[in-house]
Design a protein around this ligand. Structure first.
Ligand SMILES: O=C(O)COP(=O)(O)O
Ligand SMILES: [Mg+2]
Length: 228
């Protein structure tokens, strides 16, 4: 096992990392498509469309339908999707195994915690509130915060600025190539959870560590002041 990373804060991705949100995204996407006269997608197909933010999910759905999509129409479909998704964002969504215990244990040990997601902030907060994560999170950055989304480093840098920390003092836990790309560009260590929403297997993503469950994180981190 690699030596534990000495970090003051741990940032979490949301979709596919803290929660399994695909069942609600899948249902809402299919309802959106049905309202536009389009056929539905399977759960697995939708999981491969998620990760780079909602506009990209809609673009990928239309790519798969082999239908052209101009940006204005895409944005209208994003709005339509959100009207359907937001009220049901926690209906079928579940916490990933170990998410509650791991975040609580890390918080108690003194790590500062946050969420950096490509998902819009409003839906992110609904989900974090629903599962009791909000009180543990010192910073929450959504995909609509302004700067480019992951895999650009900007949202991670923004979270570091809000925490008053250097990226090298912060670690990211994610599930996709977008998380690994963003962390690498920011100069941050990155752990990935196996079985998330990615078009690649976790082992192929080039993360520092692949986790089978979130409660393994504590074996890979230590506070800078603690002896490793
Ligand atoms: O909304 C998305 O596409 C992905 O969100 P995530 O960054 O929490 O995985
Ligand atoms: Mg994710």
């Amino acid at each position: 096992m690699s030596a534990p990373y000495a970090v003051s804060a741990i940032l979490f991705d949301l979709d596919g990392t803290l929660v399994d949100s695909i069942p609600d995204i899948h249902a809402a996407l299919n309802q959106t498509l049905e309202s536009l006269g389009e056929p539905p997608f399977t759960l697995d197909a939708v999981a491969r469309m998620v990760g780079k933010g909602l506009p990209t999910t809609i673009e990928r759905a239309y790519e798969a339908l082999d239908k052209p999509l101009d940006p204005a129409t895409r944005d209208r479909i994003v709005d339509r999707f959100r009207k359907i998704y937001t009220p049901r964002a926690t209906e079928l969504t579940t916490m990933n195994p170990g998410a509650s215990g791991a975040t609580r244990a890390l918080h108690e040990k003194g790590f500062r915690l946050g969420v950096v997601t490509n998902k819009p902030l409003a839906e992110t907060m609904l989900i974090l509130d629903h599962f009791g994560f909000t009180e543990l999170m010192e910073v929450v950055v959504g995909g609509d915060a302004g700067p480019p989304k992951k895999p650009a480093p900007d949202l991670l840098i923004l979270a570091c600025q809000r925490l008053g920390l250097e990226p090298t003092d912060v670690l990211l836990v994610g599930d996709s190539e977008y998380d690994v790309g963003a962390a690498r560009a920011a100069g941050m260590p990155v752990l990935v959870l196996a079985g998330g929403y990615s078009r690649h297997s976790a082992e192929e993503l080039g993360a520092d560590v692949v986790l089978a469950r979130l409660d393994e994180i504590e074996h890979h981190v230590r506070l800078p002041s603690a002896k490793g």
